[in-house]
Each structure stands twice: as C-alpha cells, then as structure tokens.
Design a protein around this ligand. Structure first.
Ligand SMILES: [Fe+2]
Length: 89
C-alpha cells in the first residue's frame, strides 16, 4: 500500500514541481528561486530513498508519513506562500 501511495505522490510531485518551477522561472526577479528549487530536488531525493527502502521491504510507513506531512505542510505554507504572496497573478 505504501508503495502505491508513494508512486502516486511521486508522479504528482513531478508534475507539480515542473509547473511551479516554470512559473518561478517566468518571474526572473524572484530572489529565492535557486533555494526553492533545491528544496524540490531534496524532496525528490528523499522520495527516491523511501522507494529504495520500501523495495527492500523496510517498514518505513510511520517515518514516511511523518516526513511527508511535515515537509508538505511546511513547504506549501511557508516556502510556496512567500513566492505567491510576492506576486499578484
Ligand atoms: Fe515549491
């Protein structure tokens, strides 16, 4: 089950990050762009690590759920919000 959730989340994350980064790139003046993109890269890297652990049958469901909920809430409510608050579309 965790593998299915992770797979779906990975697909959606790639779609979401690609779209978000395209918007950020359009607004070249956004000073925190490189920092923000690096956070996306680190998240993708962590997802890959979770996938490897799941493939070796490690029980990481609780760790994964804690990381994902904490990272996603913090990123969306702080990092993404800083950018979207700075621009009016
Ligand atoms: Fe973001």
């Amino acid at each position: 089950m965790a593998r299915g959730i992770l797979g779906g989340l990975s697909d959606y994350t790639k779609y979401h990050f690609d779209r978000e980064e395209a918007i950020f790139t359009k607004y070249h003046g956004y000073e925190l762009k490189a920092f923000h993109f690096e956070q996306h890269r680190q998240f993708v890297k962590q997802m890959g690590s979770f996938e490897e652990q799941l493939n070796s049958n490690a029980d990481i469901s609780a760790e994964m759920a804690a990381y994902l909920s904490k990272w996603l809430v913090r990123h969306i409510m702080t990092e993404d919000k800083v950018f979207f608050d700075a621009y009016t579309f």
